[in-house]
Structures are given as C-alpha cells and as structure tokens.
Design a protein around this ligand. Structure first.
Ligand SMILES: [Ca+2]
Length: 370
C-alpha cells in the first residue's frame, strides 16, 4: 500500500532531515483493551450527555440512548422520518455547547423532496424520561442542502460546534461534482452558521447560499474537528484514490472536482493538486484509500502520547488511523485494526475512545489503554 503526502510538503521533506513516510505505518500490537457495550442497527454517530449516557443514531431513523454502565438501551422518540438508502438516512448527533442549560440536541439526516433527497439539520429539546428513553420536542429544521438530487451518496452532514457556539456543517457534493465549486449551491462546502442556522458575521462570501460558506471544493467530508489551537481539520473520501486530510482555512478552495489525488471510477484521470497551486492541497492523502468516516483530534490524557493527534475511523482500513499533526502538517503514524469497518470514533469524557462499527449489528466499543 502506498501512502502519500501533498507535493508541497513532500518537496519540503526532500530538503529536511526526517524521513518521508512512503509506506503505511507498520502494523503494531493492538494498544487497546476493548469493551463492547451493545449493538445497533447501522449506527452512524454518537454524542455523550453530561450524565455520561450516550446518544447513538441509527441510519434507518432511530435515536437510541445507551447507559454504558448498565448497557441498557432506550429510544428517543420524535425523530423526523429520514430518506434511508445508499449513504442516506439518519446521520449525525451533537449537543449544543450550553446543553446543560438549554437541552438542545442537533441532528442531521437525509430527507426526501422535489428532485430526490438532501441533507437537513434540525434542532430540538431533549426531554428524558425515567425509563431510559425520552423525546425530542419542538423540532425545528434550521438548515438544508440547497438542492435535492437523485443520487444517494455524499451527504456527509457532520455537525460540529466551536467554543463560541458557532455551528459547522460539512456538506458533501452529493455525487454532483460541479456544485462543489459553485456559490449558487451549498453542496461540497464547509459551512459556518449560528446555532439557529442563520449566517454569522465574518464569513468570507456573500449571497444565498454563498454566505453560509467558509470553504469550498470538498467532496465527501465525513469528519471535521478542531485542534487545541482552534484550527479546523477535515477528512474526506476521494474518488478512486486520493482520500484527504485537509486543514480548513477561511475562504480556501480545496479543488474538487477540478483536482484530486485520485481518478474517476471509470478510470478517467483527474489532474493532481500539484498542477493547480491555487487550490489548497491536502496535508496528507491516501491511495489506496482508507475511506475515512469520522475524525477527532485527541485532547485527553488516557492515551497521553496521542494528545493533539488526529484519530480517523476508517471503513477501508477496518479500524483506526492515527495521524500526527505538527503545526500545519500531518502524517500517518499508526494504523490499528479492529477487524471491522468503523463508522464513528469519539473521545469520551474520561479520555477513552468510543467506536461504532459500521452496518447491521454494529457494536459500540469502549477502547482504553491495554
Ligand atoms: Ca482536495
């Protein structure tokens, strides 16, 4: 397997003293003690409540509440109906940064409509009951992809809050290619919005929906995360080859579908990032692909030497890929097989890693140091 870096970075490495990682990181002993909690029907994402219970989305449209201590699994009612099929269905779940005061939960999902389907983000108040479940109340849709299309892939629809309660959404290009470069569309973009879906001051573009856009030219961005310095990182699935980790900067264009480190599935070549320096090149890229499904930047102390590293859940690598971030550079340092396609990785309140396996019967795993 080959492991690639951006041309700019690779050239810089030629003149530097440390080695270019031309191979994937060697297989190492699994560093984890793995505790399976329970299983789900096609789980997609998870979020911790302040009481350490965990909300888990299931792609067909269920929202579950799990107590990791008792392993009891309840249901949250009031979830909107979702357009299940292909990559579509129930997607992400995130708590408002002030959840302890406002009980607001944010969800993303694929919805049907004129022209096909598109991602939507809604928020609602989470009201818990005493029997291990609860309900979403006052649900309100606060954002939608600007057009619905018949394809069933590349919704992406990850939701992330920063410390100012600003909401970030990764909006995939829905297999429609050109909208990723068009300001008349919010497909293929990284978006920055207020917590009610309105447009905040300070975004780099104007118009509707262009004013939502923070960065453009992304393909299927399934992971977004901030590092300790407040920099935003993104992972996206490339086409045939060329999965990417990008440092997302205000107003930058990441090149899709004009440039890529991979080619079209029919074999048609796509020019590489090196041919068009006006587009921001990935900080690291993968061919063959790892199929990155989510991203965190580790901030805990349980895995003390991993602080500041990117941890990517990977469908293709059947586990986790650890990427060392140093300033604005990134390189893979470890690939940890868990034996299953992994859909989501999150850091728990105690610094443990929590992983959702992909597909029917996908388990929630707690990973602690061996
Ligand atoms: Ca790119």
């Amino acid at each position: 397997m080959r492991y690639g870096l951006s041309t700019t970075f690779a050239l810089a490495l030629v003149a530097s003293a440390f080695a270019t990682p031309s191979q994937p990181s060697p297989r190492q002993t699994n560093p984890f003690t793995t505790t399976p909690i329970t299983d789900f029907d096609e789980p997609w994402s998870l979020a911790f409540l302040p009481d350490n219970r965990i909300l888990v989305t299931e792609k067909r449209g269920q929202l579950r509440l799990v107590d990791p201590t008792t392993k009891a699994k309840g249901t949250i009612t009031g979830v909107p109906s979702v357009a299940y099929g292909g990559q579509g269905g129930f997607g992400d779940v995130a708590l408002h940064p002030n959840f302890a005061e406002n009980n607001l939960v944010y969800i993303s999902y694929a919805e049907s409509g004129t022209g096909g389907a598109g991602a939507a983000v809604a928020r609602a108040k989470l009201v818990l009951n005493t029997s291990g479940g609860g309900a979403l109340q006052g649900l309100e849709v606060i954002w939608r992809q600007s057009q619905k299309v018949s394809a069933t892939g590349h919704y992406s629809h990850r939701i992330l809050f920063d410390g100012n309660s600003t909401m970030w959404i990764s909006s995939g290009e829905r297999q429609a290619f050109d909208p990723a470069q068009a300001m008349t569309s919010n497909l293929g973009k990284i978006l920055r919005l207020n917590d009610d879906g309105t447009v905040p001051a300070g975004n780099p573009f104007t118009g509707t929906p262009g004013s939502q856009v923070w960065a453009l030219g992304v393909r299927n961005p399934l992971g977004i995360a901030f590092d300790e310095q407040g920099r935003l990182w993104e992972v996206e699935m490339g086409p045939m080859g060329g999965d990417e980790i990008n440092l997302i900067e205000k107003g930058a264009n990441y090149g899709w579908p004009i440039v890529s480190q991979g080619d079209h599935y029919d074999g048609k070549a796509i020019p590489r990032h090196s041919t068009r320096p006006e587009f921001a090149a990935p900080k690291a890229w993968w061919t063959p692909v790892i199929s990155p499904s989510s991203l965190i930047i580790y901030k805990g102390s349980l895995f003390s030497s991993w602080k500041g590293n990117a941890i990517i859940s990977s469908l293709g690598a059947l586990g986790l890929v650890r990427v060392e971030i140093s300033g604005t550079t990134a390189r893979e340092v470890q690939r940890i097989s868990l034996g299953k396609r992994t859909r989501c990785v999150r850091e728990g309140p105690d610094g443990a890693l929590w992983v959702l396996e992909d597909g029917a019967g996908g388990r929630l795993l707690k990973l602690t140091p061996r």
